[in-house]
Design a protein around this ligand. Structure first.
Ligand code: BES
Ligand code: ZN
Ligand code: ZN
Length: 478
């Protein structure tokens, strides 16, 4: 979708109109006659918030913003109404819409705008019978005294970053193998101005990335480790923030092969963490945040094969610790461990990893939240959670007590890659903690990263979760 978002002081012609209002009487100035106003009033009486007025082919949407909606929950309702409006535009093959902010509120207007913009995504490149007349361009105009073009450019770039993440996740492994992922990351670095360095298999062997190489043993494609770096001259943080993303381009489970029905269906999305890190880097770089941010992405597929690792194998990881592999399907933690260990080279202020790591996280919270845990201070956790609440990519902090760490002790190696059936998301996090010394937050996005059921402006399939939250967090403002 080609998306443009432009500020306007005029009334663009030939587009649909959305009015954000507190007082419906203001609509008079926009040509609403008494009959139309009476209708709007009756809908308001009936507690309807999003009102559609249709007169032949002229359609107006009126959204009444109540006094108690100027908060995170209210803004989320506006994003969702943006999605409802987008469905209506799509159905009627409309490619333009103008939002009139008659309440003078920046956050509310941007939220509605964001809902429309994020809803315009579709992964339809493989549909050969795509309706010829399907709208491929969307122009959003915004008439608001509270907003300038810079705000809208930022929103468009952020939306674009979310779409990049969704595209990467939705692409099947037959197209997006490790090599293609590397190519796309390099291309995005060149476009948006962040540096990209990629370690090949030989380099990983010399650096003793035992976890990543171990998982890769069953594969016919070599692994790769990507380093993305954004460090503008205006950088304000002395030490970088490092983002680490799980890049398993397909997870069959390996020798502990996943068993159908269902368990393999969405495993092209097992690089969701990697894709969110790429999207976050694009968002940060394209909006030129004055922050030193590094992205680390270990990538491989996880397959059975003649030489694949098997239960009982012991791997020596990048930091020298030994791991008894008791389940080859617990591969994400093995590749993340090396990346976390490598992050020490940057002496980071904070490390955040994102990973579709456990079914346990899905069972605990479903698609509506990310499981978080780690060693960062309460203050930093709170800041991240606030950013998450703001963009409605919410994080629930799980306990990280020592007792959970006891569950992954091994009899013959330093630790094992498998805990018990209980608390699987936490024991996976405890495993990772053996490889990171810096303040660190682990985000298990297995629930929200990829969903079957259409979820408003998040759509179905890849949601792009993490990008908007990380951007809000890094910008320290939402
Ligand atoms: N990629 C999966 C986790 C996952 C499951 C993501 C469902 C999205 C949806 C991960 O590699 C995995 O297989 N985890 C196992 C670990 C277990 C063997 C300890 C799990 O959670 O079942
Ligand atoms: Zn797995
Ligand atoms: Zn996995």
């Amino acid at each position: 979708m080609q998306l443009s978002i432009k500020h306007t002081g005029e009334r663009p012609e030939g587009v649909r109109n959305i009015f954000l209002v507190k007082e419906t009487s203001l609509l008079k100035d926009f040509g609403f006659n008494n009959e139309a106003l009476a209708y709007v009033e009756s809908r308001v009486e009936a507690k309807e918030k999003l009102i559609t007025i249709q007169n032949y082919n002229i359609v107006y949407y009126v959204r009444v913003v109540a006094d108690d909606e100027y908060n995170n929950k209210g803004y989320e309702a506006l994003r969702k109404d943006g999605a409802t409006i987008y469905s209506s535009l799509k159905k009627d093959k409309q490619s333009g819409v103008c939002i009139y902010d008659l309440i003078g509120d920046k956050a509310a207007t941007l939220a509605l705008n964001e809902g429309v913009a994020l809803s315009s995504y579709a992964f339809d490149k493989y549909k050969t019978d795509a309706d010829e007349e399907q709208v491929k361009e969307l122009s959003i105009w915004v008439a608001s005294a509270a907003i300038n073009q810079g705000d809208l450019d930022e929103l468009r770039r952020l939306t674009n970053a979310v779409f990049i993440t969704r595209d990467l996740v939705n692409e099947p492994v037959s197209t997006l193998d490790v090599e293609e992922l590397s190519d796309r990351i390099s291309e995005l670095g060149a476009i948006h101005g962040f540096d990209v360095d990629i370690f090949n298999k030989a380099k990983l062997e010399s650096l003793k990335f035992g976890g990543l190489l171990g998982v890769n043993k069953g594969s016919i494609d070599p692994p790769a480790f990507h380093i993305l770096e954004w460090k503008p001259e205006s950088t304000i943080n002395e030490k970088p923030v490092v983002l680490v993303g799980k890049g398993v381009v397909f997870d069959t489970g390996g020798i502990n092969l996943k068993t159908p029905p269902g368990s393999l269906d969405d495993m092209k999305a097992d690089m969701g963490g990697a894709a969110s890190v790429v999207g976050a880097m694009v968002a940060v770089a394209s909006n030129k945040l004055p922050m030193h941010v590094i992205g680390l992405i270990p990538a491989t597929d996880n397959r059975p094969g003649g030489n694949a690792i098997v239960p009982g194998d012991i791997l020596t990881m990048h930091n020298g610790k030994t791991v008894e592999v008791l389940n080859t399907d617990a591969e994400g933690r093995l590749i993340l461990a090396d990346a976390l260990s490598y992050s020490k080279n940057y002496e980071p202020e904070l490390v955040i990893d994102l990973a579709t790591l456990t079914g346990s996280a899905v069972m605990a919270l479903g698609q509506y939240a990310t499981v978080g845990m780690g060693t960062a201070s309460d203050e930093v956790f709170q800041q991240l959670q606030e950013a998450g609440n703001c963009v409605y990519e919410r994080v629930v902090q799980f306990p990280f007590w020592d007792e959970y760490g006891d569950m992954i002790k091994s009899d013959i190696a330093d630790i094992k890659n498998l805990g018990a059936r209980e608390a699987g998301a936490i024991t996976a996090g405890k495993f990772l903690s053996h490889f990171v010394d810096s303040p660190w937050i682990h985000l298990d996005i297995a629930g929200p990263a990829f969903v079957k059921k259409d979820d408003s402006y998040r759509g179905s399939g890849a949601s792009g979760v993490g990008v908007r939250m990380l951007y809000a967090f890094l910008k320290n403002k939402c």
